[in-house]
Design a binder for this molecule. Structure first.
Ligand SMILES: *[C@@H]1O[C@H](CO)[C@@H](O)[C@H](O)[C@H]1NC(C)=O
Ligand SMILES: *[C@@H]1O[C@H](CO)[C@@H](O)[C@H](O)[C@H]1NC(C)=O
Ligand SMILES: [Zn+2]
Length: 326
């Protein structure tokens, strides 16, 4: 992509932050009057029938053997330049666009309808007492969820991407509490102290390999795929979702740093801890959640197993029936 394209990208990013910080929507933990159940009053799309997050019911998955490994490019190099960490009033967000980087960080393959460039990552978490993932697994919430937001390379701006159902691809990762700290998260966890208040930003000391934030590469072939939306207003239904089976491990102390360091925008002079910044699961309606080829066996795999076995058989039968000459 030429310098013009990059320039446009930079223009669009601050708009995202401003729209988010200036909106009247919030989470219930901030003010139940503007929480998720009211979002559809602000933006009708939030009441649509392809909303995210959803509950992933592992007994109802449909195996899609076309969902192979995702190709991660640029995930294994620390790009030149700086990454900026921001408290946007709803979450802590790391902007992954750096003016010095000539190569983009991208994902493709794995059944994604195109190639997608990484824009930013952010988190959703709970409270000292409760878990805070957005997607749920068999009705259970996990402690935290990471979202890495990517935009289809064929669109030049976020506004343009939002006009197409394949405009964005978001990767979702669950977190699980481990005994030992995940040192790969140190840069972000230490940076939280610098963005304690809404509107704060800090340039991280250095960029790093994005792959270090993910579960081991060997476990990335197991994922769930469905068509959904952004999980915050305007709730645009333009997201190809990939939620990975394997959680990222971090220590309880690292998790607590998210729960206890950050604040929502102040209401008058009252500072509120940023907690429970997740949207609850939305109805699936007529959508299906697909399991990748490498997803672990569960109720869904039974279904998939039949599917994979039956298709060639069925094909043979059909061939026999309809082309007796062959
Ligand atoms: C929170 O997540 C953990 C998994 O790390 C799980 O063991 C626990 O049951 C969850 N708690 C709730 C209330 O869902
Ligand atoms: C971040 O905060 C620490 C104290 O927690 C401070 O020493 C450091 O200078 C801050 N960094 C920036 C870039 O503001
Ligand atoms: Zn998110």
């Amino acid at each position: 992509m030429g310098p013009t394209g990059l320039g446009i990208t930079f223009l669009t990013l601050p708009l995202v932050v401003r729209a988010a910080a200036g909106g009247q929507w919030c989470y219930d933990s901030q003010d139940p009057q503007c929480g998720p159940s009211h979002w559809k009053e602000l933006k009708a799309t939030c009441g649509g029938n392809k909303q995210s997050p959803v509950n992933i019911d592992r007994r109802r998955l449909q195996r899609d053997s076309g969902l192979g490994d995702i190709l991660f490019e640029g995930y294994d190099q620390a790009p030149p330049g700086k990454w900026r960490l921001t408290n946007n009033g709803h979450t802590v967000m790391l902007s992954l666009v750096s003016e010095l980087a000539s190569e983009h960080i991208t994902i493709s393959g794995g059944g994604l309808p195109g190639r997608y460039r990484a824009l930013q990552l952010h988190f959703h978490w709970g409270s000292p007492a409760g878990n805070g993932s957005e997607h749920t697994l068999d009705g259970h919430q996990l402690p935290m969820e990471l979202h890495i937001v990517h935009m289809n390379v064929k669109y030049r701006t976020l506004a343009e991407a939002k006009g197409h159902p394949n405009g964005l691809a978001v990767l979702g990762f669950f977190f699980q509490v481990s005994e030992t700290p995940n040192t790969n998260y140190n840069t972000i966890v230490v940076g939280l102290r610098n963005v304690s208040h809404a509107g704060d930003s800090v340039d991280l000391a250095s960029t790093f390999r994005l792959s270090t934030l993910l579960p081991r590469a060997g476990r990335l072939s197991g994922y769930y795929r469905y068509q959904g939306s952004l999980t915050t207003p305007d709730c645009s239904e333009v997201v190809v979702w990939t939620v990975f089976e394997e959680p990222v491990e971090i220590s309880r102390e690292q998790l607590q740093a998210f729960v206890s360091t950050l604040h929502f925008p102040p209401d008058g002079s009252t500072l509120l801890k940023m907690i429970n910044n997740f949207r609850p699961p939305q109805p699936l309606h007529s959508r299906k959640v697909f399991a990748s080829r490498g997803a672990t066996a569960s109720g869904g795999s039974l279904h998939g197993g039949h599917h994979e076995l039956l298709s060639p058989l069925l094909l043979l039968v059909l061939l026999r029936l309809f082309s007796p000459v062959l």
